[in-house]
Design a protein around this ligand. Structure first.
Ligand code: DAH
Length: 331
């Protein structure tokens, strides 16, 4: 082997190695190259093994240049290793990097249904006027729902066409008024309560649902009059709909009040029919064991859906229960 020959060969190996090493971009490939050149059966190792085939004069020189080649490749490998570990570190950092100026992942937060909100608001108004909140069962005995409320057997509201009966005695309550009876049976006067809750009727159109929410009111004391009734209802209207709201009472009939009234509320330039009310009928007092000579009571009942529709201008009551988010998200 001539001097020129192997020098050229070695230079080519170095060139090739440099080219390959500088192209690698990860430590695994780099390690493969280390094995390829400097490993036990690597290219440089194979050159070393050639030493024994050379003449004693040639050996020292050849050994020197092969050693230089090995050192050069070693240096190249080390330099590239440094570079790769730097970029690998950077890319690991990049993966971890968080841009604090980016908007966060939004989780939508729900809120109470509009009817729940209005009901709560109405409860608070009456609580602030000294009423307490009580509840009664939705499956009610017909005695509480009708008889105790002075609603005789012949009354059309008792008709099975109007009500959901479970058996002869039990039905889904058609109004919250039976809670008046339950409250008076379990408490001594004076008392002032409101009772919100679901009621059920065989109705379904743009202004009626088969299941809706009422709020009942009852105030029993020694000297309760229609003036108190008017005061509470006017206060309720103004606090719910604003100072400009007005009320008017029209004579009406309910079996459990005498006298009885329908109440209209004036809001946004028109009158809305919103509730029934009156002075507790003496027969109702007798049915619960209160002396009608000693006690007077005012009572009222209204639909929470109706108040909501008036307040927010809802045209179709069914929108309140359709669960369409485009509607519900407005409040
Ligand atoms: N319960 C009646 C209804 O559902 C509403 C009502 C009228 C309630 C007069 C009352 C009242 O307490 O005094 O139509």
């Amino acid at each position: 082997m001539s001097n020129v020959d192997y020098r050229e060969e070695l230079e080519n190996i170095l060139k090739e190695a440099k080219c390959e090493i500088e192209k690698t971009d990860n430590s695994k490939d780099l390690n493969d190259l280390r094995v390829k050149y400097l490993g036990k059966s690597g290219i440089v190792t194979a050159l070393m093994k050639k030493l024994k085939d050379l003449t004693p004069e040639e050996r020292p020189n050849f050994g020197k240049v092969v050693n230089e080649l090995r050192d050069s490749i070693e240096t190249l490998l080390e330099a590239q290793k440094e570079k790769i570990s730097e970029t690998e570190k950077m890319s690991a950092y990049q993966k971890l990097w968080v841009d604090p100026t980016m908007p966060g992942a939004r989780r939508s937060v729900g809120h109470a249904h509009i009817l729940t909100k209005v009901q709560k608001e109405l409860e608070d108004i009456f609580i602030s006027m000294g009423f307490s909140v009580v509840e009664g069962p939705e499956i009610e005995e017909s005695w509480f729902n009708f008889d105790a409320l002075n609603t005789p057997e012949w009354h059309p509201a008792r008709d099975s066409h109007d009500s959901f009966y479970i058996d002869d005695k039990l039905l889904l309550r058609t109004h919250t008024s039976p809670v008046q009876v339950r409250t008076m049976l379990s408490r001594k006067p004076p008392l002032a309560i409101v009772s919100p809750g679901r009621v059920y009727r065989r109705d379904y159109d743009a202004t009626h649902l088969p299941m809706f929410t009422q709020m009942e009111g009852l105030y029993v004391d020694h000297d309760v009059t229609v003036r108190h009734l008017k005061y509470f209802l006017e206060e309720f209207a103004k606090r719910t709909l604003g100072e400009s709201a007005k009320i008017r009472l029209r004579p009406s009939f309910f079996p459990f009040t005498e006298p009885s009234f329908e109440v209209d509320i004036y809001f946004n330039n028109r009158w809305f029919e919103v509730l029934g009310c009156g002075m507790v009928h003496p027969n109702v007092f007798k049915n619960v064991g209160y002396d009608p000579e000693e006690w007077r009571g005012l009572a009222f009942g209204f639909g929470v859906e109706r108040i909501t529709m008036v307040k927010y201008g809802v045209k179709d009551i069914r929108d309140l229960v359709r669960n369409d988010l485009r509607f519900l998200e407005n409040w």
